[in-house]
Write a protein that binds this ligand. Structure first.
Ligand code: SF4
Length: 437
């Protein structure tokens, strides 16, 4: 991790930059992992007597940025520019930039933007951390981050360089947090990290997610859904699949970014798995959880991706019929191994390939969505009734904020956090519609 006197640590920042009593607005960009970091910042600020407010009434704005791909960087930079404009207009006193973009480009940000009051880098994770008691998510679900940074070194990815050393929290610390969430009445927890399946490699010297999950299940009463986000295929063990299949509370859903299927690409991406290994893993998942839902992502246009490699990917998407697929264009990131690779794929081809994958997946998704019609699903209500008279919820096959929703018709009054059985009567591209049974 970069050491630089201009880059503040979080404790410097609390001491120097925000006077007690100032109203602080936290703007969170990027993924759920950032949400957890923002929660920690907000918790610490509250503990030190600061008031948290919306942007309109704030003295200080903190933006937690993302630097994963170009699009995310642009969103972060636009937000910084907007906040500095508000400062110029006298509507804000201070603008603080935190997170991955700040860690990676702190020198450039300081040079390009006049008026940033502090730039704070990526946060370190204390493996025994006392859990944050401020959650930026609705009361009935939460993200539980079990590790920081990444154990892997995918050739296209800058995250491990930005985030530093891979660190797992202890089992005790995670279980304490889950117990606390359970006591607060939370109904669903989402286990997150860059690669949750590498959990424990640093602390316990073995893949320990299955063991952690067994301990988590023991302390849950209110929590009925435990969801696994961001698994690394090479680290998904048989034991983990068995625990998922046998523990009722673990959602039969996994977000497992596969990135590609061609052996050439899996090798150049440094994914530590082969095409056959990927087939075996998917087959095991389907065999143990036939009704389960698989979310994956693919990268198209990685350097050296030939037409033939791409055809393999298309075939794989057709054959394995994933419930949810996200596709990214390869983004050439300075400081990564792939940056200097030969045979960079022209942008136009990347875009065409992405379009092709998405078109194929669209038809598959539509068929899968139709297959839910007539089925009864357990649904967690996320939002109260909208103007059209529907409550908004999700089944265990949909993660909050990324997947689809279920529109629920009900004569009974429902509230966020309620679990109910819903008979599905209609299906859209991503969303379902149904009535309480
Ligand atoms: S698993 Fe690979 S792509 Fe994901 S964060 Fe780690 S290094 Fe990056």
């Amino acid at each position: 991790m970069t050491k630089d006197k201009n880059l503040k640590t979080t404790s410097d920042f609390y001491k120097e930059r925000v006077s007690t009593g100032q109203k602080v607005s936290m703007i969170n960009l990027g993924c759920a992992r950032n949400t957890v970091d923002s929660q920690t910042i907000v918790s610490n600020l509250k503990r030190k007597g600061h008031l948290i407010s919306d942007l309109e009434n704030a003295d200080v704005a903190i933006v937690n940025t993302c630097a994963f791909i170009d699009e995310a960087k642009k969103e972060s930079i636009d937000m910084i520019a907007d906040l500095l404009e508000l400062k110029k207009e006298g509507k804000l006193k201070k603008v603080i930039v935190a997170g991955c973009l700040a860690q990676r480009y702190h020198k450039e940000l300081a040079k390009e933007f006049d008026g940033i009051d502090a730039i704070i880098g990526a946060q370190k994770l204390d493996k025994n951390a006392i859990p944050s008691n401020t959650y930026l998510t609705p009361k009935h679900y939460a993200y539980v981050k079990i590790s920081e940074s990444c154990y892997n070194r995918c050739s296209f990815c800058i995250i491990p360089k930005i985030k530093g050393k891979f660190t797992s929290r202890t089992i005790e610390s995670v279980v304490d947090e889950v117990r606390q969430l359970d006591e607060q009445g939370v109904k669903e927890i989402n286990i997150i990290g860059q690669d949750i399946t590498a959990y424990g490699m640093d602390l316990y010297h073995e893949l320990s997610l299955a063991r952690l999950l067994k301990e988590i299940v023991k302390v849950t009463q209110n929590i009925q859904w435990i969801r696994l986000l961001y698994a690394f295929p090479a680290h998904v063990t048989d034991e983990l699949i068995d625990v998922m299949a046998s523990e009722e509370k673990i959602c039969k859903y996994i977000d497992v970014p596969l990135q590609h299927i061609s052996d050439n690409l899996l090798l150049s991406m440094n994914r530590n798995i082969t095409k056959q290994g990927t087939f075996d893993l998917m087959d095991k998942f389907r065999a143990k959880m036939p009704q389960g839902s698989l979310r994956t992502t693919f990268i198209v246009g990685m350097p050296g991706e030939t037409e033939e490699n791409f055809t393999e990917l298309i075939q794989f998407v057709k054959d394995y019929r994933f419930e949810k697929v996200g596709t990214f264009l390869y983004s050439r990131e300075e400081g990564t191994v792939a940056y200097d690779m030969a045979d960079q794929v022209p942008d136009k081809i990347k875009r065409e390939r992405m379009k092709q994958v998405m078109q194929i997946q669209q038809d598959i998704s539509a068929e899968i969505q139709q297959s839910y019609i007539g089925r009864t699903l357990k649904v967690l209500i996320d939002e109260k009734q909208n103007e059209e008279g529907f409550y908004i919820g999700r089944s265990e096959y949909d993660a909050p904020e990324v997947d689809g929703i279920v529109y629920v018709g009900s004569d009974k009054v429902l509230k966020p956090g309620d679990f109910i059985d819903v008979k599905i009567s209609d299906a859209y591209e991503y969303d379902l519609v149904g009535e309480v049974v």
